[in-house]
Each structure stands twice: as structure tokens, then as C-alpha cells.
Design a binder for this molecule. Sequence first.
Ligand SMILES: [Zn+2]
Length: 276
Amino acid sequence: MNKNVLGISFAVFLLMTGCSTSTEPEEDSEQSEDVASDAEQTDNEEETEPVFEENDSEEAGSDTSDQSEDAAEQAPPKTNEKGELENPSALDALVNRDYLLPGDYKPEDLTVPDVPFSFEEEHPKRQIREPAADALETLFEEAEAEGMQLYAISGYRSYDRQEAIFAANAAEDGEEEANKYSAQAGESEHQSGLAMDVSSASNDFALTNDFGETPEGEWLKEHAQEYGFVIRYPDDKTDITGYQYEPWHLRYVGEGLAETLYEADDTLEEYYGVHE
Ligand SMILES: [Zn+2]
């Protein structure tokens, strides 16, 4: 009898401890419901075939999983039913094929940074948002102090201009091919005013993969994050970003986040936990 009573109370004790430990994770579940439903939305909209097939991303997926699990606790940005960002002007905005900028979004603080450009004429693409412009000027100065002369090639791009560019690319190469290297309207970071393509005389001012091997490109890989920028489309993350390697495409996210992403070797998709 005594043994039975002991047995029962022990079982009750086990049940209680089981309950009390299981309550802790439940507190997070409300937050993660948003995440789950957003992720479902992107699942439905996403085309599952790899967007860029030529890439032989040796390191992709191997040693990044631990780090990206940590970073994935960040909730992805909120979007409306069309997939458009509710807060398109956020400096840490995720802009890609699933997280779109509204067609009528134009940043209010566009300005022309005081840096060398590869062309002479006035053009809207000289512009970038105020905080990114300040950071870009400092980055260019520091690069120059170390013997590297960078040139700005292309910054802000309106929704309409992106639409025209994609249409031209699709007419040239077909829509499927164009999707690998060109964003459709609303999907381009250039519309955010937080991106600037850069190159160097050593790469003939061209936006090509070779830029990544120039001293300027190598310097950017090591130092861009110190000024709040990231190389948004790295060589070993093409299956995550959905874009081919673009060593020339700098995206401003702010110094804190840029350092975080650099240290974790994460893309914005991994940071927000929205990659497959
Ligand atoms: Zn770009």
C-alpha cells in the first residue's frame, strides 16, 4: 500500500515537473505565430526551383546552420496581403522577391553622396538615402586612405525604372534568365535607396564577378560592415538570396546590424529566418 501511494505521488510529481517545464516555451508561441503565418505566405508564393544554377557554392549550408539558427529568432518584417512591407523605410528592411517595396514608395531623404562616380552626368541613380550617404562617404575615404579608389556606379532606382530595366532584360534574355540577375519592380533594394553598386578602375568600372578579386573588392569584403554596409549577395549564399554573386552591390543596414551579419556570416534572409 505504502509503495503504491509513493508510486502514485512520484508519478504526480513527474507530471507536475513535466507541466512546469513545458510552460516556458509556450510564452514565445504568440510571437512565433506571426512568423509561422508569414512563412506560410512566402511558401505559397515561392518558386522552389533554384534561381541560380551555375553557382558551385562550396560552403553553402555546411557551417552556417548553427549561426543562422541563433539569428532566426528575429521576426521577419510585416507585410500586407500583397507581400508589400508595412515599414518600407526601415534601415533593416528585407527586400527580395517575397518582401516587396510598395509601388509608390520613394524614400524621402534621398541625397547625392560626395563620392566619385564612374560617369559625369546628373542622374537619379547618383542618389542614396541620407544615413547611407554619410556612411558611404566615410567608407570611400577610408578605402582611399588605404590606396583603394572606389567609384559609385548606381544607387537609387524608382519602381518605374526598375520595371523598365527588367522588361529590357527579359526581352534580351527571356524572363527566366533575367530573374537570375535582375529584380522585378518592387523587389529591388535599389528602390529602397539603401543600395549602391560600386566598382573600380582596376575592374574597368564594370559590375562583374571579377570585381570581387580586385584589391578594392577584397577590401570591401573585409571592411564594408565597419561602415554599416553588407555585401548583400555573397558567392556562397546564392541559393539563399536567390541572386547570383554580386561583389559590387553594397546594402546599407546600419553599423550594428552590419557587424552582426558579418560576424554570423548571415544574409538578411538568414537573419530573419525566411530562407529555406
Ligand atoms: Zn545593385
